[in-house]
Design a protein. Structure first.
Length: 141
């Protein structure tokens, strides 16, 4: 089963050509595992929040891909072994359920809406509670 993933990684501060080579290696690992890359985004060279392995700057990348569930471990292992990466993160992306537009129904007066009719029907079917059944007190409605 194929699932949509997002991989974010930070590359050490290297010359531009080497940085792109490292990013290409990471994407190649996804392709070798039978995945399909849908988006590669470079967020550029940025200051790191803290010094990592003696580096104060790094190039940020985000890759969206679809891959079989069984191959995710092999992708993680291969990317983890890359020495030029400072950090790597994998996230499972779940798509939101499609929202059904109910504007036409909501523009109707409340009495004609299906939810309101359902609530009225439930209220009619419900029996009133007797506060003290042992006293045989009848409710005046």
């Amino acid at each position: 089963m194929f699932i949509l993933y997002e991989m974010a990684f930070i590359v050490k501060h290297l010359p531009k050509i080497k940085t792109l080579t490292v990013a290409k290696r990471c994407v190649d690992q996804v392709l070798k595992a039978g995945g399909y890359v849908s988006k590669i985004e470079s967020l550029g060279l940025q200051d790191l929040p803290q010094t990592m392995e003696g580096n104060s700057k790094g190039s940020y990348f985000v890759v969206r891909f679809v891959a079989p569930t069984a191959s995710l471990d092999s992708i993680k292992t291969a990317v983890k072994l890359d020495e030029e990466l400072l950090r790597r993160f994998f996230v499972v992306i779940t798509k939101n359920k499609p929202v059904e537009c109910t504007l036409h129904d909501e523009l109707k007066p409340p009495i004609y809406r299906s939810e309101v009719q359902k609530m009225i029907k439930e209220a009619d079917e419900r029996k009133p509670k007797v506060p003290y059944p042992e006293r045989n007190v009848e409710l005046l409605l």
